[in-house]
Design a protein around this ligand. Structure first.
Ligand code: 6AU
Length: 273
């Protein structure tokens, strides 16, 4: 599968411009780390983004947990993304009928389409959610061009997750049906071999983001389950997402460097480098 190839090779061959950019950033910065910056004020978010920026490929936000979201949040994030060459992933997990998610994505208070390169959705509502988000992002008058993409939440890391079986298969089906907008998956493993109603194309190259990555802990009191960067990348993760393992560490910069180094070594081992 494509996970044996280097990020540079995948960057040069991938049909999706945003996936190409993602792999280029990873290669340039030698980082496959996404930091999940789950802090609750704009000042903390921008401070983390600036300090961790050099060591990460992507920053993942939960913009609706900020107590003071404003224009300054958007401007700050965009400026730091350019300064440090990282992409922004808003973890909004859209999960509704097409008409609603289009408005949540492209209008509304949070203006997600304006600043977030990557979004994610659940396929619980069915294929229509993917179709609706793709339609918005690929409309001729959409202002942000091909610089936007979707990850399908195909599995979850929480104990007792119901995102399994037919749900995960449907995630793969829809990714294959909308390859110009779907970058890949949030999942705990590569999904290329999952049973799917849609035939696999030979050059298929979905990007796998794996969350629930932590070097110090096996889980939390609310059902989160962790694995290490090595295990995640061994199972097929292309990008590892770490939140509390980094931002609650005594020294978040040192922690980010440690995840960067371990994530990169695991990637090199996988591609035989
Ligand atoms: O490292 P943590 O546990 O502090 O944070 C994990 C982050 C959180 C979750 O909302 C998110 O990853 N997450 C997701 C995502 C990214 O969609 C899916 C999932 O199954 N589990 C999970 O923890 O911001």
């Amino acid at each position: 599968s494509k996970s044996q190839l280097t990020y540079a090779a995948r960057a040069s061959s991938h049909p999706n411009p945003l996936a190409r950019r993602l792999f280029q950033v990873a290669e340039a910065k030698k980082s496959n780390v996404t930091v999940s910056a789950d802090v609750t004020t704009t000042a903390e978010l921008l401070d983390l983004a600036d300090r961790l920026g050099p060591y990460i490929a992507v920053i993942k936000t939960h913009i609706d947990i900020l107590s003071d979201f404003s224009e300054a949040t958007i401007t700050g994030l965009k400026t730091l993304a350019e300064k440090h060459n990282f992409l922004i992933f808003e973890d909004r997990k859209f999960i509704d009928i097409g008409n609603t998610v289009q408005k949540q994505y492209h209008q509304g208070t949070l203006r997600i389409s304006e600043w977030s390169h990557i979004i994610n959705c659940s396929v619980l509502p069915g294929e229509g959610i993917v179709e609706a988000l793709a339609q918005t992002a690929q409309a001729p008058d959409f202002p942000y061009g091909s610089d936007r993409g979707l990850l399908i939440l195909a599995e979850m890391t929480s104990k007792g997750s119901l995102a399994t079986g037919a749900y995960t298969s449907a995630s793969v089906d829809y990714a294959r049906k909308y390859p110009s907008f779907v970058l890949g998956f949030v999942a705990t493993r590569a999904l290329g071999e999952v049973e799917s109603e849609v035939a696999k194309k030979e050059d298929e190259d979905f990007v796998v983001f794996t969350t629930g990555v932590n070097l110090e802990s096996k889980g939390d009191k609310l059902g989160q389950q962790y694995q290490t960067p090595q295990s995640a990348i061994g199972r097929g993760a292309d990008f590892i997402i770490a939140g509390r393992g980094i931002y609650t560490a005594a020294d978040p910069v040192e922690a980010a460097k440690k995840y960067q180094q371990q994530g990169w070594e695991a990637y090199l081992a996988r591609v035989g480098g």
